[in-house]
Design a protein around this ligand. Structure first.
Ligand code: DMJ
Length: 664
């Protein structure tokens, strides 16, 4: 047997003795053992003093853990080569490895990553979020870097300016176009404290709606206030366009909620990118809410970011107008530019949709200097002007390929409503220059009043719906309750043969709409109400009994108050505020109701973006002085966004080419 140590066989009386019985080492063996132990000891001590892990910790477990952590951290570098250097044109050389920090071009990696992101997004969207600290602001940081607003564009409005609420500089119109902003005029000059309290209540409602949207659905389109999460399925498609931010901004501004306005403004600057949206958007809804909302903010602040976003949105919608007649399709996908109609409308576009783009597109051309938007709007107008109108009325369906009417269904409610509103308002906002619009309006109203205006047995006036020239349904939509305000505006802005009748109709329709509220247990009006037999101003079908936080009735109260100063309109508006607080306010915002005839109604769990754009704005203005957005200088688009009157309101901000820009 061989070994490291020398072997010594001992013999006793010639007989070999097993070594185990030996009790001690020989001297040479002892030296050898001692020197091995010494060497081992020196190595151990050296490690203790000079290796970093041993220096900083005393426990072996800790050291092992620390080394493990270091390896873990170093992971990719240990396994992969460092990032490749970019070449002269900023590209990476193509080699057969995945780059550090990127997924490379491997489609499987990209697909996996996208699937994972989609899943995370879906989970985030569906999750019922716990309510965080109330004053925690959502993150609005972005790697893209926000564009800064002009400093004076978002200053806190201060009292003490001229009564018209403008920041007037002596240097005149041109300089105001460049820098001025709308300054909230001093309010309550002639009012008692109770009006201020009412206005403050509405402002507090706006805060509640905004803060909860911010907490639970920031950047999404709308809020589900009961389940406290984002409302994902609506007229805005599936993308995150922050509809509530955009719709709410000008209301925040007019209420003087400047911190909220700023955070909304910054979200838009950093995160609003419509061309990336890969789902169908309604051309109409997107125009009135987004183009309209941005243009209104541009007029109020002079912040060009808003003007540019308005143009970005309109540009994304333009392919929908590529039809033989120029009448747009209903839906467009901004990402692939494909247009469609609503499946329920067949080949047709809807009158209220194609006819409610004029204010936004015309004003956008004026502030950008790009005439393409106005041309699109005017082409639609000309088609509708030149086409033959059955009984002087406009049916709700029209085919954009043939330019022919579809079904002969006529209404001042759903599918027709804002087309008529925009004929009047295009004339008003053009400072009466758009004469074609006013003529079309007066002719259409003459026909509508002759054929649609009805009086119930108890004397309530209402606008019925027609089909093929006959009364189709003795029903009025909540949507048509804007008509009270519209007729009143028409009456006071032009002395013509119909003026007196317009104001009479305005009073009567507003009264009827109020009755539909007053006859409901909640004191909030139904989606539609009928006049059939003993039933008057009440919904009959279950899908008519909802209240969707709609503004039209309050819009008419507001216009009627401004134009008549009859106290009842403010009283009715206050009743509505109390009803909203009692039935629609929930912990997480404001909800619509499924049945206004229940004393404890169920919520529909949607806080509509127009609740912030219109409902709360009109209620706030109802309890404000006339100097806040005076009606002779501003015209509200159909989503409640105020547009300045051309050539009259210095905040119109028409585009002026730079004279120093010598283009060859
Ligand atoms: C708003 O989006 C607009 O007022 C539109 O014209 C009709 N419907 C809603 C509010 O009810």
């Amino acid at each position: 047997m061989t070994g490291i140590l020398p072997t010594y066989q001992r013999f006793i009386n010639g007989v070999p003795v097993p070594s185990i019985s030996r009790r001690s080492f020989r001297l040479r063996e002892k030296y050898l053992i001692i020197s091995v132990l010494l060497t081992f000891g020196i190595v151990w001590l050296g490690a203790l003093f000079y290796l970093p892990e041993f220096k900083s910790t005393t426990s072996v477990n800790d050291s092992v853990y620390n080394v493990y952590k270091r390896i873990q951290k170093a992971g990719p570098e240990l396994l992969m080569p460092p990032p490749l250097a970019q070449n002269d044109v900023g590209e990476f050389p193509v080699v057969g490895i995945v780059r550090h920090g990127e997924e490379g071009d491997d489609p499987h990696v990209i697909e996996d990553r996208n699937r994972l992101r989609a899943k995370i997004d879906e989970d985030m969207g569906m999750k019922v979020l716990e309510r965080p600290q109330f004053d925690v602001a959502p993150s609005v940081s972005s790697s893209k870097g926000p564009s800064k607003p002009p400093v004076d564009a978002i200053e806190e409005p201060a009292a003490g300016n001229n009564a018209a609420g403008r920041d007037v500089s002596p240097s005149g119109l041109k300089s105001m176009n460049a820098v001025s902003k709308y300054v909230i005029p001093p309010l309550d000059a002639n009012a008692d404290g109770s009006i201020r309290n009412k206005r403050d209540t509405v402002k507090q409602m706006m805060r509640h709606a905004w803060n909860n949207y911010k907490l639970y659905a920031w950047g999404k389109n709308e809020l589900k206030p009961i389940s406290k999460r984002a409302h994902l399925t609506s007229v805005f498609g599936a993308g995150d366009l922050g509809a509530t931010v955009v719709d709410g901004l000008d209301t925040l501004y007019l209420m003087g909620l400047m911190d909220e306005f700023r955070e909304g403004r910054d979200w838009v600057a950093e995160h609003f990118h419509i061309s990336e949206i890969d789902s169908d958007l309604s051309v109409f809804e997107t125009t009135i809410r987004f183009v309209g909302g941005f243009l209104s903010c541009y007029a109020l602040t002079g912040d060009t970011m808003f003007r540019d976003k308005a143009a970005e949105v309109a540009d994304a919608l333009l392919p929908a107008f590529d039809t033989p007649t120029g009448l747009p399709y209903a839906l467009i996908n901004p990402s692939n530019k494909a247009s469609h109609q609503y499946h329920w409308a067949g080949a047709n576009s809807i009158l209220s949709e194609v006819g409610t783009l004029h204010m936004e597109l015309t004003y956008l051309s004026d502030v950008t200097g790009n005439d393409v938007y106005r041309q699109k709007a005017q082409r639609i107008r000309d088609v509708l002007h030149n086409i033959q109108k059955p009984d002087g009325l406009y049916p709700n369906y029209i085919n954009p390929r043939t330019g022919q009417w579809g079904q002969r269904h006529m209404s001042l409610g759903a599918l027709g409503d804002s087309f008529y509103e925009y004929l009047l308002k295009a004339w008003l906002v053009s400072n009466t220059e758009d004469a074609q619009a006013r003529v079309m309006f007066d002719e259409a109203m003459q026909a509508a009043l002759d054929k649609m205006l009805r009086v119930s047995p108890s004397g309530l006036s209402y606008l019925a719906e027609l089909k093929y020239g006959r009364i189709f349904e003795e029903k009025m939509d909540h949507l048509s309750c804007f008509a009270g305000g519209m007729f009143a505006l028409a009456s006071t802005t032009l002395e013509n043969s119909q003026s007196e009748r317009y104001m009479d109709v305005a009073r009567k329709l507003t009264h009827t709409c109020h009755e539909s509220y007053d006859r409901a247990d909640t004191k909030l009006g139904p989606e539609a109400f009928r006049f059939t037999g003993a039933v008057e101003a009440r919904a009959m079908k279950s899908n008519e009994k909802m209240y969707l936080l709609r503004p039209e009735t309050f819009e008419s109260y507001f216009i009627m108050w401004r134009l008549t100063k009859e106290q009842k309109y403010r009283d009715w508006g206050w009743d509505a505020v109390e009803a909203l607080e009692k039935h629609c306010r929930v912990d997480g915002g404001y909800t619509g109701l499924t049945n206004v005839y229940h004393t404890s109604p169920q919520g529909d769990d949607v806080q509509q973006s127009y609740f912030l754009a219109e409902t709360l704005k009109y209620l706030y203005l109802l309890f404000s002085d006339d100097s806040l957005i005076p009606l002779d200088e501003w015209v509200f688009n159909t989503e409640g966004h105020p547009f300045p009157v051309r050539s009259k309101n210095p905040l119109y901000r028409a585009y002026e080419p730079d004279p120093n820009d010598n283009q060859l």
